[in-house]
Design a protein around this ligand. Structure first.
Ligand code: NI
Length: 186
């Protein structure tokens, strides 16, 4: 187990489309997952994608099982290790088939010190596999849906600044939120 260096925006490795994982339950995969969890914890992140440590594979980790101070109203997200994910935006119940977006603040361990308002689908289904090859299939909303979309964007070379529409709400965290203690990124 080891804490790995996190690549920062500008590194071309963050812009690749990651390769699908074809072999599950291998020693190398389990060691990679342990490194990612260690790295996420050490950086106090809400999630981490393999490309952020320079690994060109479709693998993300997120969730700690605990509430996040920055989103005190968001229910805790169970620690999840998700391989080869697919995301489907879902309509809101009772919204006559409309797929809604929500705006909220995001940061990213690969974009240190900055925050922006980013639109995301409010409700999604995500599928994929755990490291043993067992399927994962969840329907989630709100902060959980946001974290999954952010992390999975890393697998297609997309960093959150590329999703920003209103650049008047993009800036340095210590300027946007003066007096607040440093909060989690990503
Ligand atoms: Ni990120």
């Amino acid at each position: 187990m080891a804490i790995r260096d996190i690549l920062k925006m500008g590194d071309a490795r963050l812009l690749r489309v990651a390769k699908a994982i074809t072999e599950f339950d291998t020693d190398a995969l389990h060691l990679l997952v342990l490194d990612m969890l260690d790295t996420m914890r050490a950086a106090d992140g809400a999630g981490l994608a393999a490309p952020q440590i320079g690994v060109d594979l479709q693998l993300v980790v997120f969730g700690s099982g605990e509430r996040i101070a920055r989103y005190p109203d968001a229910p805790p997200i169970a620690r999840t290790i998700l391989l080869n994910p697919r995301i489907t935006p879902l309509a809101e119940p009772g919204a006559q088939g409309a797929v809604l977006e929500q705006e909220d603040w995001e940061g990213c361990l690969s974009v240190p010190g900055l925050r922006a308002i980013v639109p995301r689908f409010a409700r999604i289904r995500y599928t994929g596999f755990d490291p043993y090859g067992d399927p994962i299939d969840r329907t989630v909303e709100g902060f959980h849906a946001r974290v999954v979309q952010h992390e999975c964007d890393h697998l297609i070379g997309v960093l959150y600044p590329m999703r920003v529409r209103d650049f008047t709400r993009f800036g340095f965290a210590d300027v946007l939120f003066p007096g607040l203690a440093p909060t989690q990124d990503d």
